[in-house]
Design a protein around this ligand. Structure first.
Ligand SMILES: *[C@@H]1O[C@H](CO)[C@@H](O)[C@H](O)[C@H]1NC(C)=O
Ligand SMILES: *[C@@H]1O[C@H](CO)[C@@H](O)[C@H](O)[C@H]1NC(C)=O
Ligand SMILES: *[C@@H]1O[C@H](CO)[C@@H](O)[C@H](O)[C@H]1NC(C)=O
Length: 336
């Protein structure tokens, strides 16, 4: 037999040892990248032979044990494992979500630097031919960097606008593990995106995000400034309009009141004209009346009637200046 043939035979033998007979396999992704401290799920399915034939007899395959090992090609016997279906001392950080039929999914919580390794799944059955470890394994890449806040733009935002902040990582992480902070205070949102808006001045602040219970992943702050009320012109416009309308209404009311007063006084003056002059004088305030009456008693009759006529004409023309006119009249009467 040629050396070459021997080599191929040895290779075949080795392959058989690793993967077992054709018809059995493990399917998992080549590599998974995840943030330190996060939860990562390694999706995995496997197939075993239903039966093997030995010495002409068919032997049904029964799965006895399933194991996940880090950094080991075969993972047989007492090789250190992270999950062993026959052990009751498995580290709870590694949860086997699969079964003993075809699902071999493994979930790792609180990912550590040690988990930066290649994990392989092994099936042990009642027959050696159906017992195998699935090559090449899942390479778990543990990232130990900070999260980053991403947004559509870094511009200033106005009141009423909407904004989405994304908490990004170098690697994948479980959806519900993000914690958001504004000025160091925890926000109720826990998803990888934070929806803000309609924005108000109170939304201003420094936002950070990180994986839950993992300060090392805390992002650099994203500073959000929402224009306040005193700065936003569009908000103050209605206020200004309201003030203007109010002032105009007050002015209108004032003018209306003045007009009514003017009309009433004009009507009163017209009524005065229809009555005898002495009666008219008696309606005036007492001071003016007495001023008129007393001099009138002392002075000749002609002067009084003249003065009374003068006054009434003025009163008719400018009723608003009535009192003033009265003073002028009285001084005239006194002098006369
Ligand atoms: C394997 O199990 C996991 C966890 O129960 C599940 O999410 C996944 O869909 C299963 N995979 C298949 C191929 O059924
Ligand atoms: C993880 O392993 C890769 C090589 O597989 C290495 O480049 C990287 O630095 C390791 N990361 C950590 C956090 O140890
Ligand atoms: C946000 O951070 C900046 C510096 O990055 C600082 O000047 C500012 O005062 C901070 N704002 C608040 C509300 O803490």
């Amino acid at each position: 037999m040629a050396v070459w043939d021997k080599k191929i035979l040895i290779l075949w033998g080795f392959m058989f040892l690793l993967a077992g007979a054709v018809g059995q396999s493990v399917n998992y992704p080549r590599s998974v990248c995840a943030m330190k401290g996060s939860t990562v799920t390694l999706p995995c399915t496997f197939k075993t032979l239903a039966s093997v034939t030995e010495n002409g007899k068919e032997v049904l395959i029964k799965i006895n044990r399933v194991v996940w090992c880090p950094n080991h090609e075969i993972c047989q016997g007492g090789t250190p494992s992270v999950y062993d279906s026959k052990s009751d001392k498995n580290n709870p950080r590694y949860r086997y979500l699969g079964d003993k039929k075809g699902n071999c999914t493994l979930q790792i919580t609180d990912l550590q630097t040690d988990d930066n390794a290649t994990f392989r799944f092994r099936v042990e059955t009642n027959h050696g031919k159906a017992t195998f470890t699935g090559p090449p394994g899942v390479k778990v890449i543990v990232e130990n960097t900070r999260m980053k806040i991403k947004t559509e733009s870094n511009r200033e935002f106005k009141r009423g606008e909407r904004l989405t902040l994304k908490c990004n990582a170098m690697c994948t992480f479980h959806q519900l593990e993000v914690t958001w902070f504004r000025d160091g205070n925890t926000l109720p949102e826990t998803g990888p995106t934070l929806q803000l808006g309609p924005l108000a001045a109170k939304d201003s602040g420094n936002y950070t995000c990180g994986l839950k219970n993992n300060n090392r992943t805390l992002s650099q702050p994203y500073s959000l400034h929402v224009e306040g009320e005193e700065e936003a012109g569009d908000v103050n416009l209605p206020l200004i309009a309201g003030v203007v309308v109010g002032v105009l209404l007050a002015l209108f009311a004032l003018v209306l009141v003045l007009c009514i007063i003017k009309r009433k006084r004009a009507a009163a003056a017209a009524a005065d004209q229809l009555q005898p002059s002495v009666e008219s004088e008696q309606k005036r305030p007492d001071i003016i009346y007495s001023d008129i009456q007393h001099p009138a008693e002392q002075e000749p009759q002609e002067d009084i009637s003249y003065a009374a006529v003068q006054f009434k004409q003025k009163n008719k023309a400018r009723p608003a200046e009535e009192a003033e006119d009265g003073v002028i009249y009285s001084s005239v009467a006194n002098r006369g």
